[in-house]
Design a protein around this ligand. Structure first.
Ligand code: C2E
Ligand code: MG
Ligand code: MG
Length: 398
């Protein structure tokens, strides 16, 4: 498939019905979308990966008549496509909010067929504008005009009787003047390819370290995890500059963990190794993020000086219902411990998953069941003065 990622508007039409494919395809092509068609579930899964659609128009019951398998599968992927759900069943059996709650997907519309021109206009044109406007110039402006903000997700660590607050992970958000809160999956790649990722990371590091410094002053020693693009691992003095900055804020190096997603960008192993080793030598933690999917490989775990491995959220989200996911997690926990690493599992969405993770010795957990990422001002409820003030979610397992 040629250069599809250069086209900002990629629509995947996944429907067994040829008329729907034609009507939606003709309309969308006339308005500037690049289109791919899937007539069955196998083609759909293949194209979600290769075509990386920004918008998916789908009849989930047409593709897999027995249930909502296609939506479930999509929800488990790290994606970010906006969904338009259309069904032959009238009325459409699911509302957009229900699909969002059940599968974590962004849904612009869920309606019964047939597709009308006004329906397509109402739902496809706003999406088109949105993707067009997330451009480099806008992102540059966002840095200058302070449209960035960091949200924080609590990370719990295993305690004898349950879990206790270990720290927070900073997750970048872009407060777009027209489109509201934009999530990193929609702009990190753009930032990386236009040399803006350094500025974004500086922002998150500063904001996060300031938060931790303020908690230090109130007597709460929390850890901070910040995501670092592998593209930034080119400056051998990074570790020294990082430490100077931490000391200037009264934060110890071992309060900071940098999370790196292994990627093709781990291009130059000698310098990557040197930079990571310097960070570890100064006490800064290093986590291999999103382990278990994509590019992650076992060898990186011992060839690079990681202190933590984070099991990808798609595995964590499957824990409650899939025995195989439990076995994989157990195996990673054992492997991590044998290599001297702390193991964190992301995507904890239920009490069952949390209990499974406690039983199998997982060291840290993170997920919507515990808390969603939140604005810094809301963190107060997570760092209570007295243990009995702990919020219900972690008191329940404590
Ligand atoms: P990540 O570092 O693996 O962060 C976890 C992502 O999973 C976050 O998405 C978080 O909101 C989401 N999440 C947490 N718990 C659950 C759960 O229980 N269920 C589900 N379905 N999702 C959960 P978010 O904030 O959209 O970030 C996506 C990715 O963007 C991050 O994945 C990270 O790789 C990247 N990112 C975020 N902030 C930055 C940054 O400052 N710099 C760089 N380079 N990348 C960043
Ligand atoms: Mg992370
Ligand atoms: Mg992750």
């Amino acid at each position: 498939m040629m250069d599809v990622r250069n086209s900002p508007n990629r629509l995947l039409i996944a429907d067994t019905d040829a008329d729907t494919r034609r009507i939606a395809g003709d309309f969308a092509a006339a308005h500037g979308y690049t289109i791919a068609y899937a007539a069955d579930e196998a083609q759909f899964r293949d194209l979600v990966g290769r075509f990386a659609p920004t918008v998916i128009l789908i009849d989930p019951l047409g593709l897999a008549p027995q249930d909502f398998d296609a939506l479930r599968w999509l929800g488990l992927r790290r994606g970010g496509s906006t969904l338009i759900v259309v069904t032959a069943q009238d009325p459409c059996p699911l509302a957009p909010e229900e699909i969002h709650m059940a599968y974590g997907l962004e849904v612009a519309m869920a309606e019964a067929k047939p597709l009308s021109r006004s329906m397509l206009e109402a739902v496809l044109l706003p999406q088109l504008i949105r993707s067009r406007q997330l451009c480099e110039t806008d992102l540059r402006r966002a840095v200058d005009r302070a449209q960035l903000c960091a949200h924080y997700q609590p990370k719990l660590r295993r305690a004898a009787q349950g879990w206790e607050l270990a720290g927070i992970e900073a997750l970048l958000r872009w407060n777009h003047p027209e489109h509201g809160l934009v999530y990193p999956d929609d702009f990190i790649e753009l930032a990386e390819s236009h040399g803006l990722i350094g500025a974004l990371t500086d922002y998150v590091l500063q904001d996060g370290i300031d938060q931790i410094a303020a908690w230090n002053q109130r007597g709460h020693r929390l850890g901070l995890s910040v995501n670092l693009s592998a593209k930034l691992l080119t400056d051998v003095d990074f570790a020294d500059r990082m430490c100077d900055f931490l000391f200037s804020r009264g934060v110890a190096p071992d309060q900071l963990t940098l999370e790196i997603t292994e990627s093709a960008a781990f291009g130059d192993p000698p310098s990557t190794l040197e930079i990571l080793s310097r960070l570890r030598a100064r006490g800064i933690g290093l986590a291999l993020d999103d382990f278990g999917i994509g590019y992650s490989s076992l060898t990186q775990l011992y060839k690079l000086p990681f202190s933590e491995v984070k099991i990808d959220k798609t595995i964590g989200m499957e824990l409650a219902q899939t025995p195989a996911a439990r076995m994989i997690v157990r195996a990673i926990v054992d492997l991590g411990h044998h290599l001297g690493l702390s193991v964190c599992c992301e995507g904890v969405e239920s009490k069952t998953s949390l209990d499974v993770l406690h039983q199998c010795g997982c060291d840290q957990v993170q997920g919507y069941y515990i808390a969603r990422p939140m604005a810094a001002d809301d963190l107060g409820q997570w760092v209570p003065e007295r243990p009995e003030d702990r919020p219900a979610a972690y008191a329940a397992v404590g």
